[in-house]
Design a protein around this ligand. Structure first.
Ligand code: ADE
Ligand code: ZN
Length: 405
């Protein structure tokens, strides 16, 4: 753990100075001797540096993380040099705007355009394995202890005419090698490209069925939601469900609440990717809440794709307060140039979330994971112990407080 300003176990003053000032100004200050420390905003318990370090050390779950969007610029350069692939530049700083979001990028289509350059990495099975291994390593470095990586086998294969079987070998070998070296557990989700039509979708669905016993847990519908609604994919996704796969659908990102409704009712989605715009139809919001459909929200990406204007207007807290099982995820860490910790920091800081809330976000992720019940329960136990330990390291009891429970 970095050197940070931890709260002193013997200190009666567990709030930061800024929080104390806010309390002093408030008409009815918090009865600090009765407050459970878990109900105090994290930003009032520690300074910004400590909060970042605390949220990094917390074990986290990432349910929405694209394998292709996890590639580091330097890895793309290294693969391109080795394989003789032409890139716009081999200078890392100059290459970044080709695969990472800049101030000029405003929409989902700007976001997706980055995958033109990213695609240059997928030359062969070996490159796929390298990208996969590195993606798991990066997740592990950020204390993401369970990650579901989604990828599009047809997108990767079509870059240089690789077979989808070689793509799968690369992904599976990368995951297997990473499993030996790191503590991050993984699930795999196969992507159907919504702009490619139902025939392509049926092909990917069959492929997912074929690899169901080798770590593929679900089918996803991704890419250009603005121009391609989910309706035409209902049959294929229902088939996936019948075959025992789970379903998640990118919806309510560049499209409205109707896409969320169709994804749940017709594509039988177990989870929704983003779902930011669900609130545009209160009836759909009610359905998501009543059915307990987890939303895989990706705060940085959601602002970058224009799903929401800014973090201030992000409906994450609104949904959370209503009882919708929201989760925090990274989407494409390299495209967004973030870690999952960055997204936690943004959300916890912006909305003043507490330790109890942070625990809930992590546990919502585990509850919504596409894992068998017994494995989920084992992870819940493991996470519970790890979370308690990290909290103990950073946040300890006010003497009048009941303390961290
Ligand atoms: N593919 C990669 N990132 C995506 C996103 N945020 N939405 C749709 N398709 C994607
Ligand atoms: Zn996504």
């Amino acid at each position: 753990m970095d050197a940070v300003n931890r709260i002193n176990i013997n200190s009666s003053n567990y709030l930061t100075q800024a929080a104390q000032n806010r309390q002093a100004d408030a008409s009815s200050p918090l009865p600090s001797d009765k407050v459970d420390i878990k109900d105090v905003p994290v930003k009032d318990l520690m300074d910004e540096k400590s909060m970042r370090s605390f949220l990094k050390d917390m074990p986290k779950v990432d349910l929405h993380r694209h394998l292709e969007g996890s590639i580091q610029p330097k890895t793309l350069i290294s693969i391109a040099k080795r394989k003789g692939i032409e890139l716009p530049t081999y200078d890392e700083a100059e290459l970044k705007p080709y695969l990472q979001i800049t101030d000029k990028d405003k929409t989902l289509l700007d976001f997706i355009k980055k995958f033109d350059t990213i695609g240059k990495a997928f030359t062969d099975k070996e490159a796929v394995e390298e990208v996969t291994y590195e993606a798991v390593k990066d997740a592990n470095d950020d204390n993401v202890k369970y990650a579901e990586f989604r990828f599009s086998p047809v997108y990767m294969a079509s870059q240089y005419g690789m077979s989808v079987e070689d793509v799968m070998k690369g992904v599976l070998d990368g995951v297997a090698r990473a499993k030996k070296d790191f503590n991050t557990e993984t699930g795999l989700i196969m992507i159907v490209e919504r702009q490619m039509g139902p025939e392509h979708a049926a092909f990917v669905e069959k492929l997912a069925e074929q690899y169901k016993d080798q770590g593929v847990v679900a089918l996803d519908l991704a890419n250009d939601e603005f121009n391609f609604p989910p309706g035409p994919y209902a049959q294929v996704f229902q088939q996936a469900k019948e075959a025992g796969l789970k379903v998640t659908v990118h919806a309510g990102e560049a499209g409205g609440a109707e896409n969320v409704r169709v994804s749940i009712e017709d594509l039988k989605a177990d989870r929704i990717g983003h779902g930011v715009r669900t609130f545009e139809d209160p009836a759909v919001e009610k359905m998501v809440r009543e059915r307990g459909i987890p939303l895989e929200m990706c705060p940085t990406s959601n602002v970058q794709t224009g799903a929401t204007k800014s973090l201030d207007s992000h409906p994450f807290k609104k949904y959370y307060d209503e009882g919708i099982p929201v989760t925090i995820n990274s989407d494409d860490p390299s495209v967004s140039n973030i870690t999952l910790t960055d997204d936690y920091v943004k959300i916890v800081d912006k909305f003043g979330f507490t330790l109890r809330d942070v625990e809930k976000f992590v546990m919502n992720g585990l509850d919504a994971a596409f894992l068998p019940k017994d494995e989920k329960e084992a992870l819940r136990q493991k996470y519970g112990a790890e979370i308690a330990q990290v909290e103990q390291e950073y946040v300890v009891a006010h003497p009048f407080n009941t303390g961290v429970r």
